[in-house]
Design a protein around this ligand. Structure first.
Ligand code: CO
Ligand code: CO
Ligand code: CO
Length: 315
């Protein structure tokens, strides 16, 4: 972590791998959440790419329990690109900022042959309500707010082999803000929270288990997947990032023998703009489920927190 005595207002951040965003206390009532993210196009439609990049960038604010207030564009787009394509990417981002309830207040552009787009996201959270990965306790339920599998679907899309219906479902999932999910989590007690992105479910789960000093038990049979993900997993069309994540985290993950190899690989596959993964005290779970159901927000219970270390996956 960080030398708290030197940065008494810094509630999270300073390079800790265990924080989704930096959190800086402004007053006893208000803390600033700061993060950024940008990447190369993952879908063909420029408007959707811009909007997904924004939803993905904001996700780390939501993972800290905050809400987005300001955003800034990071635009690395070739001047050779048709101006209408650039305009569509920026329009997608701007619309998503508005949907988040934030204000787009500027940005910076450079000429870049390989297009990249993303945003700086600034949010607010109450200093006493900051959600980190470090608070999971034995007995907690593990909940997830989006299905997994968009990483394999977008990989197959890049290879030109994905079915349009599969792409549409993954795009819809990536476009969805974690805004409401974060609000609903904040209406009760949440012991730990993060979002599922490039390190896959298992990498991000380990980032929660480790600083919390607990073991996460995940039931693979309860995990939702976007349409097509299981088909492409059967065809073994995983991105290179799957093997990288497996290499990085396998020492911390145990699988029951009946968890199929394809499912194991899916759980190591990078996600983009994934859902929130949260540890919920068991006595609060029914109320949380009821709040999500009333708001028409999806929620899956995918496991539990126990004493121990690392991740154990059963079927
Ligand atoms: Co994150
Ligand atoms: Co991030
Ligand atoms: Co500038």
């Amino acid at each position: 972590m960080f030398p708290a005595e030197r940065f008494p207002r810094l509630l999270a951040g300073l390079g800790s791998v265990y924080d989704d965003a930096a959190v800086y206390k402004l007053t006893d009532e208000l803390a600033l959440v700061a993060t950024l993210d940008f990447f190369t196009p993952i879908v063909d439609d420029p408007y959707q790419f811009g909007a997904i990049a924004a939803a993905n960038a904001f996700s780390d604010v939501y993972a800290m329990g905050g809400q987005v207030v300001l955003a800034l564009n990071i635009s690395c787009l070739s001047e050779c690109l048709p101006p209408e394509i650039i305009a569509e990417i920026l329009r997608g981002g701007a619309d998503k900022v508005a949907e988040a309830g934030g204000v787009l207040v500027g940005g910076h552009s450079i000429d870049d042959k390989e297009p990249k787009y993303g945003l700086v996201a600034l949010g607010f959270v109450h200093p006493d309500r900051v959600l980190t990965k470090a608070g999971a306790q034995p007995g907690d339920a593990l909940v997830l707010t989006k299905p997994l599998g968009v990483g394999i679907v977008t990989t197959v899309l890049k290879a030109g082999q994905a079915k349009p219906a599969h792409v549409d479902a993954s795009v819809a999932s990536m476009l969805k803000l974690n805004r409401v999910a974060a609000e609903l989590l904040q209406q009760g007690t949440t012991h730990a929270c993060t979002d599922v992105t490039g390190f896959a479910l298992l990498g991000h789960a380990w980032e929660m288990a480790e600083p919390s000093g607990v073991q996460l038990r995940i039931c693979a049979g309860k995990i939702p997947f976007v349409p097509g993900a299981a088909d492409y997993a059967d065809m073994w069309l995983f991105p290179a990032g799957t093997a990288n994540n497996q290499h990085a985290y396998r020492d911390h993950v145990g699988f029951d023998p009946d968890v199929p190899e394809e499912i194991q690989q899916l759980l190591y596959t990078p996600e983009t703009s994934g859902g929130l993964l949260a540890a919920i005290p068991p006595e609060e779970l029914d109320a949380l489920k009821a709040r999500f159901a009333a708001a028409n927000e999806p929620l899956w219970v995918i496991g539990e927190v126990v004493t121990g270390t690392g991740i154990e996956v059963s079927m």
